[in-house]
Design a protein around this ligand. Structure first.
Ligand code: KIV
Length: 275
């Protein structure tokens, strides 16, 4: 009996196979509707814990729980059909031990049916990444600026400025790649260093504030469409002005309600000819 696969989604091995080839296009999504809109245009959707700031108004990613990530992961899976969907493991759900990391990852994968998880960290997380990947959990690594360590880094600053810091990030990237990650996010890192790491690794690098030489790029969708404007990092390019459009639409609606122009007869029941 042959087993037919119903899965039309890009797989994590397909992402790995894109090393050095056509750039891998990635965006974040947290909701069904945004997932539906970006899915036809991207290879990978990340349900990022950046939802803390973007959706929930928090000042860092530290307030995110596994249940929140699972709820948003489910929403994104419902809205997408072709992209590879990866869900972030939030702070505190994987650092304690590789067993704790497996339990968190297994919950995320079983309860959302996403294709893998992302976790932050370098050499200190390599054993955990190996433990997960040897047990069927594809892992997207994340080095450089790691927002879950904001308190240790003393703010959201580009990383890899000194020779020692650059050596540390290079070691982190190598350790995560050797541990079996299918790809690696490099965030907020000096451009020449991100370029060098990309040339050095056998797995694809996905840059955000890193380098055009990375094998792919990722941005937060709400940054790209101008819906999150609390702060705009240097690495963001805005491709739309949804914030302005929402504000103008709300103002227009409020004016029509106040002038009793909305609702019109066409929006009411029982105002047309009876049949
Ligand atoms: O949480 C997130 O959205 C991320 C990406 C920006 C890489 O980690």
């Amino acid at each position: 009996m042959s087993v037919q696969t119903r899965n039309a989604r890009t797989t994590t091995p397909q992402i790995t196979a894109r090393k050095g080839g056509e750039p891998i296009v990635c965006l974040t999504a947290y909701t069904t509707q945004v997932a539906r809109l970006v899915d036809p245009h991207v290879d990978l959707i990340l349900v990022g814990d950046s939802l803390a700031m973007v959706l929930y108004g928090l000042d860092s990613t530290l307030g995110v729980t596994l249940d929140m990530m699972i709820a948003h992961g489910n929403a994104v899976m419902r809205g997408s059909s072709t992209a590879c969907v990866i869900v972030d493991l939030p702070f505190g759900t994987y650092q304690e031990s590789k067993e704790a990391a497996f339990r968190s990852a297994a919950r995320v994968m079983c309860e959302t049916r996403c294709q893998g998880v992302k976790l932050e960290g370098g050499t200190e997380m390599a054993e955990t990444v190996a433990f997960l990947t040897e047990r069927g959990v594809p892992v997207l690594g994340h080095v450089g600026l790691t927002p879950q360590s904001v308190n240790q880094m003393g703010g959201f600053r580009a990383q890899g400025r000194s020779d020692e810091a650059a050596r540390r990030i290079t070691d982190d990237a190598r350790a995560i790649a050797e541990a079996g990650a299918f790809a690696l996010v490099i965030e907020g890192t000096m451009e020449p260093l991100a370029r060098e790491i990309t040339g050095d690794l056998a797995i694809p690098t996905i840059g955000i504030g890193a380098s055009p030489a990375c094998d792919g790029q990722i941005l937060v969708t709400e940054d790209v469409i101008g819906l999150f404007t609390d702060f705009t990092p240097r690495f963001v390019k805005r491709y739309g002005e949804m914030g302005r459009l929402v504000s103008e639409a709300a103002e227009h609606y409020a004016g029509e309600v106040k002038r009793r122009q909305f609702p019109g007869p066409e929006h009411c029941f029982g105002t047309g000819p009876r049949n």
